[in-house]
Design a protein around this ligand. Structure first.
Ligand SMILES: [Fe+2]
Ligand SMILES: [Fe+2]
Length: 277
């Protein structure tokens, strides 16, 4: 019997419905930080095809997961990239997006290419939950700090997609946790590593190529990236959805209601500190 997929045939929103024509480039011309942020995010989202190939290979044989990754997840992540790209090209029309992206992609594939996969499928699903938590929190924050309504709309739509992605990965994680008999210690180790120890090299490369294309003749220095990050964190700190991010991060640990109520407030404070420090 053919099982119907548990996701709609179409994405819940479309780039065609975004009112880009309402954007006034003059209002954003001076906001370089927002430009770097949105352009870098567009690079990372559009590179999802690389991750999809990698994940599909890792979950080969699991029809439900592979169908969802190829049928919905990749499509939606690519749409995030396309929506952000169009925003960049509308708001900052002088930026040579295509050329900058080509350079970013070449370096990304050559040096860091693909993030390390976890040793088991269940642990990889826990890691994917962390990634989706990070993106959901990022776009919630972007929606809150954006001075411009069209970007607020795009960021809110993307944030909802990322939360939904989390729910899918969490469901698959639960299935593998049972079949692999993953202990809470295993899961905690994966979550910890993902949150605190994985380098954000892809974000660094994205920023670097946005910077180089936007500042011809200027040498890129790591200090430029560090200064950008510090400034972005400062701008987003008050709006960062720490409670939501913490709930999503600790859910795979299955702490139970009582323990969760005790642990969550402290974890929320820690999440705010560590993710936005
Ligand atoms: Fe995304
Ligand atoms: Fe996502």
């Amino acid at each position: 019997m053919n099982q119907r997929p548990d996701y709609p045939a179409r994405a819940p929103w479309s780039i065609e419905t975004i009112p880009y024509h309402l954007l006034s480039p003059a209002a954003l011309a001076e906001d370089r930080e927002l430009f770097y942020l949105v352009a870098s995010a567009s690079f990372l989202e559009i590179t999802t095809d690389v991750y999809t190939r990698n994940l599909v290979q890792f979950f080969e044989g699991d029809r439900e997961v592979v169908d969802w990754l190829k049928g919905q997840w990749e499509r939606e992540e690519l749409q995030h990239g396309a929506a952000l790209r169009r925003y960049v090209e509308t708001a900052w029309p002088d930026f040579p997006w295509e050329e900058a992206y080509r350079r970013f992609h070449a370096e990304f594939m050559q040096f860091c290419a693909i993030e390390q996969l976890e040793p088991t499928r269940g642990q990889e699903m826990a890691a994917r939950c962390v990634v989706e938590t990070g993106t959901a929190a990022f776009y919630r924050t972007l929606a809150a700090v954006s001075p411009e309504p069209v970007l607020r709309q795009i960021a809110s739509l993307i944030a909802s997609d990322e939360v939904r992605h989390y729910k899918h990965f969490y469901r698959y994680f639960s299935r593998y946790r049972a079949s692999e008999r993953l202990s809470r210690g295993h899961v905690l180790k994966t979550l910890w590593t993902r949150v605190f120890e994985v380098d954000d090299e892809d974000a660094l490369y994205a920023f670097k190529h946005v910077f180089i294309a936007a500042n011809p003749g200027v040498t890129f220095r790591l200090a430029d990236y560090r200064a950008f990050r510090r400034s972005v964190r400062k701008r987003g700190r008050a709006s960062f959805p720490a409670a939501m991010a913490t709930r999503m991060l600790v859910k795979p640990l299955g702490l139970g209601a009582t323990l969760g109520r005790i642990v969550l407030p402290a974890m929320t404070a820690a999440t705010r500190l560590l993710m936005m420090a």
